[in-house]
Design a protein around this ligand. Structure first.
Ligand SMILES: C[S@@+](CC[C@H](N)C(=O)[O-])C[C@H]1O[C@@H](n2cnc3c(N)ncnc32)[C@H](O)[C@@H]1O
Length: 294
């Protein structure tokens, strides 16, 4: 057989590889060997759901129509998340990054804080950031907090906008936070309007360079792991360029930017590494900035 049939009828290895390349080219998401089974199972499920006979049919449809392309993409996204997923990150955010920015911007008028949650999934991450700000920033209401939360998945963003959560997703929300920031509704607990107003959700593909303005902090947790080394590098460089001097980048636990040629200061706090963009003055003092150290 010159073109070996893949893991499902009507789907050859060649077609699978074409689909894989199309997804990687457009989103940066890589399906390497470790995720090969997940990938082919999801593509086969999709073919069945669409009532399509062959992979070529799917490829043609995806190339022609964005709706068809996004239909498959939605099945391939890994969107696992929860409130306060890594407590150490939120502690570092509350105890280190927020007080520093508070002091730096205290006399600014207006007093603005701009934060980007890149790859926000169903919204638990940006709402955890909003809760931390509401609970710990002194005179939180005196600040103009702009929290931009973006993801490539439309379904996840719809969920995020509704802001209704239950079960494991809110297991790490304390009773006090639940009482202060959520209302009981049918189907779970809904984030109160005060916090929902703080967050703007938008569909955005991190593989395309979209201008979001300067940010004080960027959270991009558990997203880079799905990208190739090359994409990771260019995205981390973009985050560096987007951050204000003195701004912070928060990555997931298993994500490191070691060996990358960006001039972040790596700060180790308990169980977490924060990346701080040095100010112009600090850049003159090389002992403060270890290139790509992590
Ligand atoms: C595992 S979730 C992480 C959610 C959250 N940041 C957390 O750590 O709990 C990864 C998210 O990245 C999103 N994603 C993957 N590739 C993306 C891309 N190219 N552009 C934007 N978002 C992307 C997925 O849709 C998914 O919601």
């Amino acid at each position: 057989m010159s073109e070996r049939q893949g893991h499902g009828q009507g789907l050859s290895e060649h077609e699978l590889s074409e689909i894989r390349m199309l997804i990687e080219e457009r989103t940066g998401i890589c399906f390497d060997e470790s995720r090969e089974r997940f990938f082919s199972t999801r593509v086969r499920e999709h073919l069945r759901a669409k009532g399509m006979e062959r992979g070529t049919e799917l490829l043609r449809a995806m190339r022609k129509s964005n709706v068809e392309y996004e239909g498959l993409l939605e099945r391939l996204l890994t969107q696992e998340t929860s409130f306060f997923r890594y407590p150490a990150v939120y502690e570092a955010f509350e105890k280190r990054a927020l007080p520093e920015l508070h002091a730096k911007k205290f006399w600014n008028n207006p007093r603005t804080l701009r934060i980007w949650s890149a790859g926000c999934s169903t919204g638990e991450e940006p709402y955890s950031i909003a809760i931390t700000i509401a609970d710990s920033l002194s005179f939180a209401d005196a600040w103009n907090v702009e929290l931009l939360a973006t993801d490539v998945g439309r379904h996840a963003l719809k969920h995020a906008e509704r802001g209704i959560y239950k079960g494991r997703s809110i297991a790490s929300v304390s009773e006090k936070q639940l009482a202060n920031h959520f209302s009981e509704v049918s189907g779970g607990h809904q984030v109160k309007p005060r916090l929902r107003k703080m967050v703007s959700f938008a569909q955005m593909n991190l593989a395309s360079a979209v201008y979001v303005g300067r940010m004080d902090m960027i959270f991009c947790m558990n997203v880079l792991i799905y990208f190739s080394e090359e994409r990771r590098r260019s995205l981390v460089q973009r985050f560096y360029d987007t951050l204000e001097p003195g701004g912070y980048l928060f990555l997931g636990h298993s994500e490191s930017i070691s060996k990358m040629p960006v001039k972040f200061q790596a700060i180790v706090l308990n169980d977490c590494i924060l990346y701080r963009k040095p100010t112009a003055d600090e850049l003159q003092k090389p002992e403060l900035v270890a290139e790509g150290r992590a």
